[in-house]
Design a protein around this ligand. Sequence first.
Ligand code: F6P
Length: 319
Amino acid sequence: IKKIGVLTSGGDSPGMNAAIRGVVRAGLSEGIEVYGIHDGYLGLFQDRMIQLSRRSVSDIINRGGTFLGSARFPEFKEDATRTIVINNINQRSLDALIIIGGDGSYLGAKRLSDIGFPCIGLPGTIDNDVAGTDYTIGYFTALETIVDAIDRLRDTSSSHQRISIVEVMGRCCGDLTMAAAIAGGCEFIIVPEVEFNPQDLVNEIKSGISKGKKHAIVAITERICNVFYLARYIEEKTGRETRATVLGYIQRGGKPVAYDRILASRMGAYSIDLLLKGYVGRCIGVQNEKLVHHDINDAIQHMQRPFRRDLLKTAKKLF
Ligand code: F6P
């Protein structure tokens, strides 16, 4: 392995810069040339890349986003697109690619691995929805942002004796919602892994009110329902003023917390170790604080992220 590329793909996450830095510095230490590809698979398709030095990744460990840029590029699933990509990779004489992103990005890595091109995937997404790892790069930073927002919502909903609904990102994974609800002391949690019945929620809220609760916070994962309609429904059924807040993209930004920086740095450096040991078509994870790697096909097709029912149970006990 003499020359590799690194790219960030899909929704950005805090810590992606630290991961790129880890790949670049560990790669250069082993005498490997590293190229940074702009805007994920799109940049690979358009052959936009630059050689990176130790200095190119100075002063980025503390920065959110990804200095290489990221994109969603669904066209990558088309054979004709991939032929151009492979051609660009060959022209550039890249020996391997490090791909930092979520499960969509892993799918791209799998497609390249399937046609014999060496790839290693690093889990970079705030959603914590990637198989084969306990935590993804960016998850803990997003969690801090959400908890901070919930603290602020608590102040105002307590002053006004209101019910507050807060919509959290996570796509189809309730990890961010559950963890934020526990840390933020939310009274109700709605996650995609558990069937949601608005009437049950209203009953629970009413029972809280009858026990003297003056205000409440409901944490809900995105894509479950329209939270503004839900607010109106709760208000009608309970007689309590209800407001909804969609946290949106602020959850994706901000400087990464120390844990994300450390995780990203470890994973970045580990990807180089794996390549040097001859491992390809792998994705990196952290399990019980140890770095691990899995077959990327297995991770995508067969490995499921276990739903943290224990966390939900704990949260419910504390309401
Ligand atoms: O996967 C990260 C994520 O922020 C999800 O939580 C959210 O559903 C999605 O990306 C939003 O995607 P986009 O950036 O394409 O709007």
